[in-house]
Design a protein around this ligand. Structure first.
Ligand SMILES: CC(C)(COP(=O)(O)OP(=O)(O)OC[C@H]1O[C@@H](n2cnc3c(N)ncnc32)[C@H](O)[C@@H]1OP(=O)(O)O)[C@@H](O)C(=O)NCCC(=O)NCCS
Length: 150
């Protein structure tokens, strides 16, 4: 794999970022219910959207949320969305993204990074556990709350 890097979301990469394909069965896991409901209330100033580029090609998208004042602890420093292109999955892009978000969170002074996921066969649970998240709770919609100490 060549050099992966993050780019700000911009006019040149937004179409590619929005067109990322998933593997069959993954679509239902992309936006856990809690994120879908909270989306309307999120302050755009606290979101951190980044595109993952590999050799000039967009291979992923991540959106974090950094909002120390959020009343919900699981939304203060979290991965709101992570999505790797179907044909780029399994080659370390997701691991790179989590490490990059963790670095940014540390830089901002947070001591914990969280993520929510819906349990299920085709879902991302095995990935999140593999890259270091541990389950610290469950939301009212049955999603797992994962956390990494930074
Ligand atoms: C979840 C997702 C982001 C993982 O990205 P990825 O680039 O395929 O992950 P990586 O290749 O970096 O994998 C990192 C590690 O997790 C493991 N892993 C990844 N997916 C796995 C799976 N489904 N089952 C078991 N292990 C898995 C890899 O084997 C790898 O382990 P290693 O580094 O020890 O070899 C990607 O599958 C995806 O975009 N899924 C659809 C969207 C989604 O569900 N997002 C989460 C919403 S909450």
């Amino acid at each position: 794999m060549s050099e992966l890097r993050l780019e700000d979301l911009n006019a040149a990469n937004i179409v590619a970022a929005n067109s990322l394909t998933l593997r069959p069965g993954q679509e239902q896991f992309v936006t856990p219910t809690s994120y879908a409901i909270a989306d309307a209330a999120v302050n755009p100033a606290t979101t951190w959207p980044r595109v993952v580029v590999d050799d000039g090609r967009v291979v992923g998208f991540v959106r974090a949320n950094f909002d120390a004042e959020n009343p919900q602890e699981e939304f203060r420093c979290c991965i709101w969305r992570i999505n790797v292109a179907a044909d780029a999955q399994g080659s370390g892009v997701g691991r790179f993204v989590v490490a990059a978000v963790a670095d940014e969170a540390r830089r901002r002074g947070f001591d914990q990074l969280t993520v929510l996921w819906e349990p299920g066969e085709e879902g991302p649970e095995a990935f999140f556990l593999r890259v270091g998240f541990t389950v610290i709770g469950e939301t009212q919609y049955g999603e797992s709350i994962g956390a990494i100490a930074l």
